[in-house]
Design a protein around this ligand. Structure first.
Ligand code: GDP
Length: 419
């Protein structure tokens, strides 16, 4: 399946009640991305309840319909600018937000971090920002919302902005813009505000439009984790998603951890011959050798990835049930799965205050980040998250529950030896 390039996936994060739903409603409304009758329905419902119509209700209403399967109208899941379509991949108030972000289920290309200018930076502001940083999200806009509650005061804006930037710089996030807005009134969302003439930067929409869609990484070395093997007629097709690089007919590739090398005989998609497939595409390949290749092996060409059984990582523990050293977990990275053990929790930090709260710790609690040493039961194929994130991101599963997400770092670069 080809990736549609004209869509950009964004997440809107921030503390509860700081205005995520309202902003989404406003973005949809101002870009004419919402059906008039839906707006009328909610306006009517609000009137019956004697309430003022709120964009937040509109979004909740659409969300409910979507959950009940009433609306499967795709025009409601994205909004448009002249430049492109934006898909909001995390619904506000979504309980699974942290999980989706960390497991990579939501791979956003840009984020809007929203802060109530009246209340200032709060705990979840920091926690969500921390996760954006951990995931290496570089395209971030910070918006200071509810400026109307502070009479659109520049001083207040500067005050909260300074506090926010101080925190963000400690986690290496540099927002491209910090924008004073009122989501409720639509100031600086799609239209420049006449009430904040002191602000000369872009609106949210033009700031978003200045971002680039995620570069797929066809120029990086090939990483093709095998998802499954299917026998069709006399062919054994290795199915999977190209996570980085390009695979073409005739290429010599090596499977890890097994180390078997073969030539690519064909690249196919739904029985259709293709000649190559690139990062982001799901495809099937056949090879010129009768090897037994299983799910979990990773085909590569170019620089060799690391094959390791013990490595350092940062993990964000998100399960309400704490983790105690010695517990068995399952490790999953791309299509690889292995039993694992945490050998050490070298340091742990509070993901909101960033304080170190323990060294050589014996447990990790919800929302704590641990710098750990992990040992898997069998060798796994890895990359540093900063280099090829698709093979540098993993989850830890306890029983049936995804309990932590993590990123791999500090793998030695043994390029010369690996070649
Ligand atoms: P969420 O929990 O982050 O999704 O926040 P909501 O969008 O539900 O907003 C929480 C409350 O703040 C609602 O009552 C909104 O009407 C209100 N709100 C949101 N944006 C603004 C704004 O720009 N100005 C004012 N005065 N209130 C706002």
């Amino acid at each position: 399946m080809r990736k549609e390039k004209e869509h950009m996936k964004i997440v809107i994060v921030g503390h509860v009640d700081h205005g995520k739903s309202t902003l989404i409603g406003r973005l949809f409304y101002d870009t004419d991305s919402i059906q008039e009758e839906k707006i009328a329905e909610v306006r009517e419902a609000c009137k019956t309840l004697g309430k003022e119509m709120e964009f937040a209700y509109l979004m909740d209403h659409l969300q409910e319909e979507r959950e009940q399967g009433v609306t499967i109208d795709t025009t409601q899941t994205f909004f448009k600018t002249d430049k492109r379509h934006y898909v909001i991949i995390d619904a506000p108030g979504h309980k699974e937000f942290i999980k989706n972000m960390i497991t990579g289920a939501s791979q956003a290309e840009a984020a809007i971090l929203i802060v109530d200018a009246d209340e200032g930076v709060q705990e979840q502001t920091k926690r969500h920002a921390y996760i954006l940083g951990m995931l290496g999200l570089k395209q971030v806009i910070a918006v200071l919302n509810k400026m109307d509650l502070r009479e659109f005061d520049k001083e207040r804006f500067e005050e909260v902005k300074a506090e926010l930037l101080k925190f963000l710089s400690s986690i290496s996030i540099v927002p491209s813009h910090v924008i004073p807005i009122s989501a409720k009134l639509g100031e600086n969302v799609a239209k420049k505000s006449g009430k904040m003439k002191w602000y000369s930067g872009p609106t949210i929409l033009s700031a978003l439009d200045s971002f680039s869609v995620k570069e797929s990484s066809p120029d990086k070395p090939l990483r093709f984790p095998v998802q499954g093997v299917f026998k069709v007629e006399n062919k054994r097709i290795l199915m999977g998603r190209v996570e980085s690089g390009t695979v073409s007919e005739g290429d010599e590739i090596t499977f890890l951890p097994s180390g078997k090398t073969a030539k690519v005989k064909s690249v196919e998609e739904f029985m259709e011959e293709r000649h190559s497939a690139s990062a982001g595409e799901s495809t099937g390949i056949t090879i010129d050798q009768p090897y037994f290749i299983e799910r979990g092996e990773v085909a590569f060409s170019g620089r060799k990835p690391a094959v390791a059984q013990e490595f350092s990582a940062s993990v964000f523990w998100m399960s309400p049930r704490a983790f105690a050293l010695g517990e068995r977990l399952a490790f999953r990275c791309a299509t690889q799965e292995a039993g694992c053990e945490v050998k050490k929790i070298e340091r742990k930090i509070n993901s909101s205050t960033l304080e170190t709260i323990g060294e050589n710790a014996s447990e990790l609690k919800e929302n704590e980040v641990g710098e750990i040493v992990l040992r898997t039961d069998k060798p796994v194929v890895l990359e540093n998250f900063s280099e090829i994130p698709e093979l540098g991101r993993f989850v830890l599963v306890r029983g049936e529950n995804v309990s932590a997400g993590g990123t791999v770092s500090g793998l030695e670069r043994l390029d010369s030896k690996r070649q």
